[in-house]
Design a protein around this ligand. Sequence first.
Ligand code: ACO
Length: 403
Amino acid sequence: AIDIRDLRSQTGYITLDPGYGNTGSCLSNITYIDGDQGILRYRGIPIEQFGNGPNFIEVAWLLIFGRLPTEEEYRGFAADLNANANLDEGMKLHFEGFPRAAPPMAILSAMINALSCFYPEHLELDGHDSLRLASARLISKIRTIAAYAYRHSQGLPYIYPDAKLRYVPNFLHMMFSQPYDQFQCDEVVRNALNLLLILHADHEQNCSTSTVRMVGSSQANLFASCAAGVCALWGPLHGGANVEVLCMLEQIHQGNVTPEEYVRRAKAKEGNTRLMGFGHRVYKNFDPRAKMLGEAAEKLLANLGRTDPLLDIARKLEEIALQDPYFIERKLYPNVDFYSGIILRALGIPTNMFTVIFAIGRLPGWIAHWWEQNQTMANKIARPRQIYTGNGQTDYTPMAGRS
Ligand code: ACO
């Protein structure tokens, strides 16, 4: 048995905060969240102001460099993105080694890490210009890697980036064009994906961003730190929830379970069932991104002249949950993942690519946090403590003496 007094004498006092719900790990001036009021701001700008107009690349610049780009800066950055959209042919060979059914998030993480091998000049960044080029490479290439991962899974030829296209249409071109037949990107489609990427671009110390900061705190390079962020994002309680939401909606749509029964199972915690896309560590009110994405999903479907039964099911689940004391008492509201899948589905993005799209969106936030930490004079290696609950001192028993 452990005597807690012995532990104190060995370690001093340690704060135990599982999940770090009450632990501030850093000072940051990138993103502000007020979880009680449902407020989210990037560099002070309310998220709602990104609803109409700006494109994802402007927002990426804002997050990384701290202010909106001038026209000249924007054009220069866009040109860097285009100039760096291709993958090294050596990197392309890596795709051939992956099985067709490989999870795209695994490929994404591996390939982002592999960028460290192809761009050793970015292993240390020493100022604005080197950060700018490394960011442009990473933001541009993640999109190419994502599209190639999809093409590989389908056994389709890779489609090279087209320097005449902007960020979002270029991605859709690499995903969906066929040789000699360019995918025609509708403005409505482009705007919907642009908004989705913006709304995912940063969210302060979430699990993946904290991971990027933690890895970066050891002075690991930007590519390695962001590759770790992709792995953290993959989990179903974080970015992977957008896939789980779709599976849940499909299950209900196929008649395997009613919305009411699903909610009942979530409340009873049957088999760890959760209402996926609901709840948030910080928001104890509506997640403003969920509101915007719900509206965007409806607008997109209307503009495409389509309906989606999964949207009706999502609205029904929301209606049931928001009137239920279980969800009211625990302040569980739809989060960013609840409606994003409906949009991605309408754009023709397959479900196993949903979390990859989230990663493309979140990348500017990861870069901004990695750099902010890198620039902090007081940067300390992240090294939490623990409360040890194992054996007291125990003697080694030779093999022959073990029962
Ligand atoms: N469905 C049912 N019950 C829930 C849900 C849910 N989605 N979320 C939380 N609860 C319940 C918990 O069971 C717990 O109940 P209890 O008080 O009876 O024990 C209570 O609400 C508090 O939940 P915690 O798990 O302690 O909350 P935490 O802040 O640790 O977790 C999280 C937040 C992971 C987002 C959680 O709400 C969840 O699992 N949601 C579903 C998955 C999801 O949508 N993840 C995406 C989050 S957004 C993002 O990462 C992009």
